[in-house]
Design a protein around this ligand. Structure first.
Ligand SMILES: [Zn+2]
Length: 226
């Protein structure tokens, strides 16, 4: 568990924004879990954010960003996105390492350096995990033919479009199973216990539902990556 002081205001705002764009409802327990901080630390942080006009906390406990909070959160998310792309595209850092490195660096870059990155990389495009600046909701993904690996048909071949990037242990686990953005996964069998037997370039593996939920895929349109 991290100390309250190591988790900044920006970390809270970004977590709330990401949850909102994924269509999730945020309560303080969600934040405690995501940011790995204690419930009292979350309550304290939310009181401060509310006082400073960044969030509203409804009577039922639901936390929402104010326009000011949304703007601050978006800037942090964009900075994170740009740094991830810089590390990967300019320095060749492996995709399963860039998230945590970006979490550390994003608090240190100056506005001038951020502007340089923006000019070089642009706001569009996806990070090395296949995600845009803000994650899409499940409904939007579905419209684009993208669904969790946990929900797809047996026997078919899929292309990995994006990965849940908040958990570096998960990313390393997926990497060892040959799952990476742009890679191919064949679903061999869906088992009764909700595990999924898969085949990737790295071999045969079995994924539990906790991991399979966090891999987004699209049906491959044909051989030779057409
Ligand atoms: Zn990313």
């Amino acid at each position: 568990m991290k100390t309250a002081i190591s988790v900044s205001k920006e970390d809270y705002l970004k977590a709330i924004l990401e949850a909102e764009s994924e269509g999730q409802t945020v309560i303080s327990a969600t934040l405690a879990h995501w940011l790995e901080v204690s419930p009292p630390a979350v309550s304290m942080a939310l009181r401060r954010l509310k006082r400073d006009g960044y969030v509203e906390v409804r009577a039922d406990g639901v936390v929402r960003l104010t326009p000011k909070g949304h703007e601050a959160a978006y800037r942090t998310a964009l900075r994170h996105h740009l740094i991830e792309r810089m590390l990967s595209e300019m320095f060749g850092m492996p995709w399963f390492e860039v998230h945590d490195e970006a979490e550390r660096l994003e608090h240190a870059v100056s506005p001038a350096f951020e502007a340089l990155l923006m000019r070089k990389l642009g706001e569009k495009g996806t990070c090395p995990h296949g995600n845009a600046v803000l994650p899409e909701s499940d409904a939007t993904r579905k419209r684009h033919g993208v669904r969790p690996l946990a929900d797809v048909a047996e026997g078919a071949e899929y292309t990995v479009t994006s990965l849940y990037e908040r958990d570096e242990k998960l990313l390393r686990f997926l990497q060892q199973a040959g799952i990476e953005p742009g890679g191919t996964v064949r679903v061999v069998r869906r088992n009764y216990d909700q595990t999924v037997a898969i085949e990737t370039a790295a071999g045969h593996f079995t994924l539990g539902p906790a991991a399979a939920e966090k891999v987004r895929v699209r049906r491959s349109s044909g051989r030779n990556g057409r």
